[in-house]
Design a protein around this ligand. Structure first.
Ligand code: CA
Length: 91
């Protein structure tokens, strides 16, 4: 029985990593820093008052209380396409 539990936990661990990878792939596709999850991106934008981000963050916190605080990556975001465009715009 303990091996069944072990393999189930290993499967969940693997599945969680895949979900994070898919999340960050989608983030990169829409121009967000590829090292940042969508949860983190929307939580930061919500704190800046962006309405759509507030709605998404409130929904995530409803489904998983404390989600945005738990998964906000304060050290990520500098590699987004939008930051690159801002810093490399022709003068
Ligand atoms: Ca990260």
């Amino acid at each position: 029985m303990k091996w069944i539990v072990f393999f189930f936990k290993a499967f969940l661990y693997w599945l969680w990593n895949i979900l994070i990878a898919v999340d960050q792939l989608f983030a990169a596709i829409i121009g967000i820093d590829p090292d940042e999850t969508l949860s983190s991106f929307f939580a930061k934008r919500a704190k800046k008052g962006y309405y759509i981000s507030i709605l998404i963050t409130n929904f995530l916190n409803f489904v998983d209380p404390g989600h945005s605080e738990k998964y906000t990556e304060h050290d990520e975001g500098s590699k987004s396409l939008w930051v690159w465009i801002k810093n490399n715009k022709p003068k």
